[in-house]
Design a protein. Structure first.
Length: 285
């Protein structure tokens, strides 16, 4: 952990600076804004608190404003905002038309619901973690295969130092093997770590059938497990919960639904029923 204002802070700055686009002065300016003396409530922990199957909802800037608000708030139902564990907000500008402004607006809309926003982007630098934190993000997505291991670990640790949750995104067995190492070496932060499997091909963005089911048994069990993409119906959610996933990241299905709150509720009901059935089965084993 960095001791603010000490020589270890300088060491952290030196370690995190990457590339020519971020100057040391820029990084230091953002870092100081995030120090405990200046950031106030923003450094509160952003654990994904849920002991039952829940959703991570996803939105992007291509949605009309009214639709984005529906997905943010939806119909919380009898259990309130706990049904939505977090909202993933795309900030990648070239392929998804996202921006930090979208993240800031989304985080602000979610704050009264006590639901954290997650910055979803192709993050390659810890500076982007700090940018997200300043925009109100409570968590970030870290694609395991995007970076060399040392740089990936620096990005993860930057988020953990700021008490942000990190969703480690895997696509295959090799990614999951590294996820185990990353999780096991950070036992004090299991409450801030999640491991997910993305069912989309990273190049084509098409869903790969069966990937979520096949890789579920390989995931770490010490942290929350997330089924990402390819969950479009209540039956899909039930299948993912039966496989062992704790959360489902749902984007396209909710964003295109005429009644996203109703679809989300159906997913949660069937997902939780599957979790209960799995628990009963384990009890009789």
């Amino acid at each position: 952990m960095v001791e603010w204002g000490s020589t270890s802070e300088q060491t952290t700055l030196d370690r995190y600076i990457r590339g020519e686009n971020v100057s040391k002065a820029q990084f230091e300016q953002v870092w100081k804004k995030l120090s405990p003396g200046n950031i106030g409530d923003l450094v509160s922990e952003n654990s994904i608190y849920t002991d039952f199957f829940a959703a991570v909802r996803e939105v992007n800037s291509r949605l009309p404003a009214a639709a984005r608000i529906r997905v943010f708030g939806g119909d919380p139902g009898p259990e309130g905002s706990r049904d939505t564990a977090a909202v993933s907000i795309l900030t990648e500008p070239s392929r998804f038309d996202g921006s930090l402004a979208d993240l800031e607006a989304g985080a602000s809309a979610l704050a009264p619901l006590n639901v954290p926003a997650m910055r979803k982007d192709f993050l390659v630098d810890a500076y982007q973690v700090l940018e997200g934190r300043l925009a109100g993000a409570g968590g970030v997505l870290a694609i395991i295969r995007m970076l060399p291991r040392q740089e990936l670990e620096q990005l993860i640790d930057a988020a953990l130092e700021l008490q942000m949750f990190v969703l480690l995104e895997a696509f295959d067995t090799m990614d999951i093997d590294l996820a185990h190492t990353l999780v096991n070496s950070r036992s004090d932060h299991h409450h801030l770590l999640l491991v997910g499997v993305n069912s989309r091909d990273l190049a084509t963005l098409k869903v790969v059938p069966g990937r979520l089911d096949a890789l579920a048994p390989q995931l770490p069990t010490a942290v929350k497990r997330v089924a990402e993409s390819g969950v479009a119906t209540a039956e899909d959610a039930a299948r993912m919960a039966a496989c062992g996933y704790d959360l489902a990241l749902v984007g396209s299905a909710l964003m295109s639904a005429t009644d996203p709150a109703r679809l989300a509720r159906a997913m949660l009901v069937q997902g939780r029923a599957a979790v209960s059935a799995r628990a009963r089965s384990a009890g009789h084993a």
